[in-house]
Design a protein around this ligand. Structure first.
Ligand SMILES: *[C@@H]1O[C@H](CO)[C@@H](O)[C@H](O)[C@H]1NC(C)=O
Ligand SMILES: *[C@@H]1O[C@H](CO)[C@@H](O)[C@H](O)[C@H]1NC(C)=O
Ligand SMILES: *[C@@H]1O[C@H](CO)[C@@H](O)[C@H](O)[C@H]1NC(C)=O
Ligand SMILES: *[C@@H]1O[C@H](CO)[C@@H](O)[C@H](O)[C@H]1NC(C)=O
Length: 643
């Protein structure tokens, strides 16, 4: 602009000088002498028009009224001349305004084409000239073929004019250019279209008023393009031109329009970590108002551009647009956040034409918490604990047995007892069968214990109670098979029970109770049973369920019986399920006399059938001899230990 003016002024000065030097030159010679200053083509872009519609061209020299305006130009005696350079040619032709079809006309600084044809496209040069000065400038005209848009009966070559209409409020649409130009002195009419549909007389909210369209209450669906077609008559011809209005709804003007900082909220803390990238997000609500709207960050009062720190940048975008009310998100990004950055003041601001809002973002240094690692560790630990708990719950008997077999001490090496277990039971066929067939078989054959069954292993005759006492004293523990029949008055079993309890009291004998069948409510006088139940380990026999040697009954029983240590190198499962191999070999070493008669020892049938009293004489004599020799050796040992 400034350049344009100075150039123009200097040009006029030069032309004045030239004019003064040659005052007598004719206009034709001026033509040849004065070089016409060419301003080139207008920078405002081409004028576009639909073929068949009316259009007018402003001489672009008048686009800066301070330089040329029509009245002063006339006063200076300047002539306005139009030339046309048809598209694809470069020959300037003066425009013939006297053509019989009278399509083209000149009205002050405007050139009218009523209507336009395709041949009219090209450059139009407007030249201002007097005897001493000349200037020219061009404008381009583009003619679009009619019927361009098949979806819409109305098309406009001119870009839409934007109209902002607040929701629920009234607006008046005027057809662009209609008021600015002076139409010939005939009546004209305006037809309105919305989204290509012609209005009759719309409805209660949108009414045509003269040339204008009145929207009484703006609604969301009233948005969009409105075409207006202006029709008039000139020189016996019907002429029209079309314009477009783009109506956009915005929020009601009565709502508050102040900008508002949503984030940082009051008391919001932004966690930051030193050495890493930090992103501070600011959200500002910027209500619609005419004029620019923006958001920005300041650091210690300086904008990002002022700081010019390559580590610091920001991005800003509209995340929500509700009828022109924006929510803008502005993210400040700081790379390699340092302890120095922590002490700076970060402010986020937003502005529209009403006001400016600012709020400070308070930073908080984040302490590193390896939550994922901790969580995983804790999870694994809990899982392992649960697993151990389940394993222990299911296999506790096996584990205890294993522990005992590895770490327990074998009493056989430290005492001089002859038997491991003395079995005391009621002498009736059911219990005898259980003791001799089941209990004895498993204990002797499978678990390798030496068992003393009084009826089988004692000498006949003599004082029974003394014999019982002796047998019990030479056993490591006493196993009582408890049942209602066991406590029958004056039975051998009750005697055994009393002797057992007596030994327990005097020399802490180890008593184990196997509850063979449930006891009825015990009479108050039955102190033995109570004492047994109270002071001894009780294992319940559950019939068939307890029969297999892998059942809980046998495992529990083994836990209470004297320890049989585990031989090294044996398999784990083996060691917990049975000691039989080891025990068998041990038993054979210790008791060669048993090995001499394996058949009898392992077969409880003969004993069971006769109740333990009907054995062969030969066997009994042998047992007596053995017992005697044992007694003798014990007496000797006792003497040698305690002289
Ligand atoms: C021609 O126009 C210029 C303005 O552009 C003016 O200064 C000058 O006086 C005019 N010359 C004559 C002879 O009227
Ligand atoms: C234009 O119309 C008005 C009345 O509408 C009339 O008075 C006037 O004379 C007309 N002018 C011309 C040039 O026809
Ligand atoms: C109308 O204006 C709005 C914004 O003011 C714009 O988003 C939309 O694209 C315009 N429609 C057309 C068809 O130009
Ligand atoms: C930052 O914002 C706070 C209000 O949140 C204001 O008090 C302070 O003056 C602002 N600082 C600068 C440098 O603009």
């Amino acid at each position: 602009m400034a350049l344009f003016i100075t150039a123009l002024l200097s040009l006029s000065v030069a032309m004045v000088g030239v004019g003064g030097a040659t005052p007598a030159t004719t206009p034709s010679s001026v033509h040849s002498v004065i070089q016409c200053h060419d301003w080139g083509e207008s920078g405002d872009g081409a004028v576009r028009v639909m073929e068949g519609e009316a259009c007018w061209l402003h001489c672009p020299l008048f686009s800066h009224p301070t330089v040329y305006n029509y009245n002063s130009v006339q006063a200076a005696g300047l002539n306005l001349v139009w030339y046309h350079v048809a598209a694809g040619q470069d020959l300037e032709q003066p425009i013939d305004f006297h053509h019989p079809d009278q399509r083209l006309s000149k009205e002050r600084e405007k050139l009218w084409l009523q209507p336009t044809t395709t041949q009219d496209a090209g450059q139009y040069i407007c030249m201002l000239r007097n005897r001493t000065s000349c200037a020219k400038m061009a404008v381009r005209l583009e003619v679009l073929p009619s019927g361009q848009d098949p979806n819409c009966e109305v098309t406009a070559a001119v870009p839409p004019t934007v109209v902002i209409a607040p929701i629920q409020e009234g607006s008046i649409l005027t057809c662009p250019d209609l008021e600015d130009i002076k139409l010939p002195n005939t009546s004209h009419s305006v037809t309105w279209y919305h989204e290509c549909n012609a209005f009759g007389n719309f409805n209660i909210n949108r009414v045509i008023k003269g040339d204008k369209l009145a929207i009484y209450v703006m609604l969301e669906h009233y948005q969009g393009l409105y075409h207006c077609v202006v029709t008039y008559e000139t020189k016996g011809r019907a002429i029209k031109f079309t314009r477009v209005v783009n109506v956009t709804a915005v929020s009601p003007s009565g709502l508050p329009k102040q900008p508002n900082i949503l984030n940082p909220a009051k008391e919001q803390l932004y966690p930051v970590k030193q050495g890493s990238e930090v992103k501070l997000t600011c959200r500002v609500s910027l209500p619609y108002l005419k004029g620019p709207r923006e958001t920005w960050w300041t650091i210690d009062g300086k904008t990002v551009d002022q700081l010019a720190d390559p580590r610091i940048s920001f991005t800003s975008r509209v995340v929500l647009d509700y009828f022109g009310d924006w929510t803008v998100e502005n993210v400040l990004r700081i790379l390699e956040f340092s302890s120095e950055d922590l002490t700076r003041e970060y402010n986020c601001s937003g502005r529209n034409s009403r006001d400016v809002a600012t709020r400070r973002a308070v930073l908080e240094e984040e302490v590193y918490l390896p939550s994922v690692e901790l969580g995983c560790g804790l999870g694994v630990t809990l899982f392992l604990m649960l697993l151990l708990f389940v394993v222990y719950h299911i296999f506790w008997l096996e584990l205890l047995l294993l522990y005992r077999s590895w770490f327990g001490t074998d009493e056989r090496c430290t005492d001089n007892k002859e038997y491991d277990i003395y079995i005391s039971y009621a002498r009736n066929s059911e219990e005898e069968q259980f003791v001799l067939l089941t209990l004895r078989r498993v204990l002797e054959n499978e678990l390798g214990y030496t068992v003393c069954i009084f009826d089988r292993d004692s000498l006949p005759g003599g004082n029974v109670s003394e014999a019982v006492l002796r047998c019990m004293q030479s056993s490591r523990c006493l196993l009582v098979v408890l049942s209602p029949a066991y406590l029958t008055e004056k039975s051998v079993s009750l005697l055994e029970c009393r002797v057992g309890l007596y030994i327990q009291l005097t020399s802490h004998a180890h008593i184990i109770t196997v509850l063979y069948s449930p006891l009825p409510r015990l009479p108050a006088s039955c102190t033995e049973a109570k004492q047994l139940r109270r002071s001894t380990a009780t294992i319940t026999w559950r019939g068939r369920q307890s029969e297999p040697s892998t059942s809980r009954f046998w495992k529990r029983l083994r836990l209470t019986l004297p320890v049989r240590p585990l031989a090294l190198g044996r398999r784990l499962i083996d060691s917990t399920s049975s000691h039989s191999d080891l025990a068998a070999s041990l038993g054979q070493q210790r008791q060669p006399q048993d090995a001499a008669e394996p058949q009898r020892q392992r077969d409880g049938k003969s004993a069971a059938g006769s109740g333990g009293r009907g054995r062969g004489r030969k066997w009994r004599i042998q047992r007596i001899q053995e017992a005697r020799s044992r007694e003798m050796s014990k007496v000797k040992e006792a003497h040698s230990i305690n002289p």
